[in-house]
Design a binder for this molecule. Structure first.
Ligand SMILES: Nc1ncnc2c1ncn2[C@@H]1O[C@H](COP(=O)(O)OP(=O)(O)OP(=O)(O)O)[C@@H](O)[C@H]1O
Ligand SMILES: [Mg+2]
Length: 477
């Protein structure tokens, strides 16, 4: 029986490989849904095994990027997952009916991407969606992003919207002073931030107060080694619609957060473009990143953002200021760059998420693996046991310096005189620590030893000769 199962499994693997070769050679998948590795005509007894086809539908710049390649290579390592990338040509030119089939769709908007076509495709094929497409319209408008954040109770900078396209005059009221603006009755003192309502427009201006020399910092999409430039212009823009918001005083870095589902977030800090606009790069030309550990409150924010915007893979910016963290930007689909740990984690989480969702319906023999926070129970020859993950020990050596003590009973009046001299009778004890005091004890010991030497000592003192010598040598040390 066991051998049968083994052979069966090997056959499946062989079939899968053959099918891949057939597909790669240009044979399109069958029309009943791609990825079926059904019975081959000459081997009618082997049960069909479905592979989950995960498709990437995005602009070539994104689907062909290094992080995407790294993550797809890792996703391919799942036995039951196969990945396909929709070519940009197909996305832009072909009707959605002609787009390849898939079971799971990873699709996201970037400049030039036909989001409405991707939506039409999902309506037609109904694949399992990783990043919601409707919400990707919301992400293109900072006003909608901010109102979503507010609705979810996520902290964000205090803001007001100046909507110059609005027919309602109360929504396009701007009163400008030297050091402030009043937007629809809401006052913002400098420094404040002015952001175009379109999230695709990265021309964000920060206005400085006169006390700091005035003028403004003009941010833009990175061009080589620059991300902003100072301008002596202190007046705000007079065309276009903007969000005005309080400038949050950070330590000069932005915290970039990248979620993969609600329970996972990677974070790193980068120099804020609002500083001098010079991009920090390492010797390889990569932008310098600082490690960040998210607080529990920030992890909760990441979870809320991921869920609120229905984006499994979601990047957003946090500003750590005044002891709190404020979200100032939500970007939607975004992978961390140059982090193998993230690539590994991300592919593992996505692969498990996809199989957890689709394996049961497709009758794929896939067992849910342990989650990170599951107890570490492992099968052993004695049955299932808790796995020892680590031992934490605080260790101290056993050597101890011996106490340097000597006990001696004294009866000689000279000792009693010393006891009385230092007020011993008052408290019933005396502590002699000072060199002068110890010298006095030594003088008594020497005196008594001399008396013994000259046979002038009483018998009681004579008996103490050994102890007196010990006392003398200790004090002479
Ligand atoms: N309220 C604020 N207070 C302080 N700094 C801010 C504030 N809003 C934005 N910034 C700074 O400006 C930068 C750009 O702002 P934001 O992220 O909103 O714009 P963006 O162009 O959409 O960015 P991205 O390139 O991430 O899409 C932030 O990274 C941050 O350094
Ligand atoms: Mg940003």
């Amino acid at each position: 029986m066991k051998v049968d199962k083994l052979i069966e499994k090997r056959c499946w693997r062989l079939q899968r490989k053959l099918s891949r070769i057939k597909n790669d050679a240009g044979e399109a998948s069958s029309s009943d849904g791609c990825g079926w590795l059904g019975n081959m005509e000459d081997e009618p007894d082997i049960p069909p095994v479905k592979q989950v086809v995960v498709a990437i539908c995005a602009m070539e710049k994104k689907s062909g990027s290094k992080p995407m390649k790294e993550i797809l290579t890792r996703l391919e390592e799942f036995e039951f997952i196969r990945t396909v990338i929709f070519p940009e040509e197909v996305i832009l030119k072909e009707p959605v009916e002609k787009w390849p089939l898939c079971d799971c769709l990873i699709s996201f908007h970037s400049k030039g991407f036909p989001l409405e076509k991707a939506q039409a495709y999902t309506d037609l094929r109904k694949p399992y969606i990783i990043n919601d497409l409707d919400m990707q319209y919301d992400l293109q408008d900072r006003r909608v992003v901010y109102s979503t954040l507010q609705r979810e109770g996520i902290e964000l900078p205090r803001f007001a919207i100046l909507d110059r396209d609005s027919k309602d005059p109360s929504k396009r009221e701007l009163i400008e002073g030297e050091d402030h603006v009043e937007v629809n009755g809401v006052i913002f003192n400098k420094p404040f931030v002015e952001k175009p309502v379109s999230a695709e427009d990265h021309n964000i201006y920060i206005y400085y107060p006169t006390s700091a020399g005035g003028g403004s910092q003009r941010l833009f999409r990175k061009i080589g080694s620059r991300s902003s430039v100072y301008s002596p212009e202190s007046r705000v823009r007079k065309t276009g619609s903007f969000i005005y918001e309080d400038f949050m005083p950070t330590d000069g870095t932005d915290v970039k957060v990248y979620t993969v589902g609600p329970d996972y977030a990677h974070a790193e800090a980068r120099k804020s473009p609002a500083l001098d606009g010079k991009v920090e790069r390492d010797s390889e030309g990569k932008e310098v990143r600082y490690p960040v550990i998210l607080s529990n409150a920030e992890k909760l924010i990441a979870r809320k953002v991921c869920i609120a915007f229905k984006q499994t893979v979601c990047g957003f910016d946090l500003l750590r200021a005044n002891g709190k963290s404020y979200v100032c930007d939500v970007n939607g689909f975004s992978f961390v760059k140059n982090s193998s740990k993230y690539y590994d984690d991300c592919a593992k989480i996505l692969g498990n998420m996809i199989l957890r969702e689709l394996a049961p319906t497709f009758h794929i023999p896939w067992a849910i693996p342990f989650q990170l926070d599951d107890p570490p129970i492992v099968p052993t020859t004695f049955g299932k046991m808790m796995e020892l993950r680590c031992v934490v020990a605080v260790i101290r050596h056993g050597d101890r310096t011996p106490k340097q003590k000597m006990k001696m009973e004294v009866r000689h009046p000279k000792f009693f005189a010393l006891f009385a001299k230092y007020d011993g009778y008052k408290d019933g004890h005396v502590k002699l620590k000072k060199p002068k005091q110890l010298q006095e004890v030594l003088d008594i010991a020497r005196g008594l030893l001399a008396e013994i030497e000259q046979k002038r000592a009483d018998p009681e003192t004579e008996e103490k000769k050994g102890k007196l010598e010990q006392l003398k040598s200790v004090l002479e040390m």
